[in-house]
Ligand binder design. Structure first.
Ligand SMILES: Nc1ncnc2c1ncn2[C@@H]1O[C@H](COP(=O)(O)OP(=O)(O)OP(=O)(O)O)[C@@H](O)[C@H]1O
Ligand SMILES: [Mg+2]
Length: 182
């Protein structure tokens, strides 16, 4: 948590290795980012991290199933189609496989994005205000699914949220303020 502009999204980008810190290092799963070449860091991210964004970030010309299968293009996933269908079923979208993002509601889009974030069994999911663009009821339903899925899969969730109620559901809460995480 933290005020707008306090650096929450920036922190997630640092953890993912998408941006580099001005100083210091980032270590994830006992791997120091400083020791990785750019291509190794890209592979590391593709293997270990899943993302869920406020604006869903689905590929507009791919249908729901194809969006969920997309990570299989950059990392090895056994039986990606079966896995993608199973994940879409688990988020209640078995009947929406062939729908394009433009044919889905906001909550449905975010459920597709959650399925996509999980397809490669990442160790960590970074979620930046995943319910920020949804009404409260839909947002809560989407968060229920996300919490349930990470529990089933044993995934760590690092979640940015402005909602105290959602923060309460996490094991630990940190606040980012003036560059300090407390
Ligand atoms: N690529 C960038 N280059 C320079 N400054 C940036 C960049 N991205 C973000 N900033 C600045 O860094 C600060 C932190 O931005 P960040 O997006 O991390 O905030 P946030 O806590 O996620 O805010 P919000 O709750 O509004 O999403 C802001 O002042 C922003 O203007
Ligand atoms: Mg942000």
């Amino acid at each position: 948590m933290g005020k707008s502009g306090s650096g929450k999204s920036t922190l997630l980008s640092l953890i993912s290795g998408i941006i580099k810190p001005d100083s210091g290092d980032i270590t994830l799963n006992a791997v120091s980012y400083k020791t990785l070449q750019e291509s190794q860091l890209n592979d590391f991210r593709a293997t270990h991290i899943g993302f869920v964004f406020q604006n869903f970030h689905l590929v507009s010309y791919l249908n729901a199933l194809e969006n969920v299968m997309l990570p299989a293009k950059v990392c090895a996933i056994p039986n990606p189609k079966e896995k993608a269908i199973a994940l879409l079923e688990s988020v209640g979208l078995a009947h929406r496989l062939a729908h394009l993002p433009s044919e889905l509601s906001g909550g449905e889009k975010q459920r597709v994005a959650i399925a996509r974030a999980l397809i490669h069994n990442p160790k960590i999911i970074l979620a930046d205000e995943p319910s920020g663009n949804l009404d409260e009821e839909t947002g809560n339903a989407v968060m229920d699914m996300l919490f349930e899925l990470i529990k089933t899969n044993g995934t760590t969730l690092i979640l940015v949220t402005h909602s105290k109620d959602i923060a309460k559901r996490c094991e630990k809460t940190y606040e980012l303020s003036q560059g300090n995480l407390t």
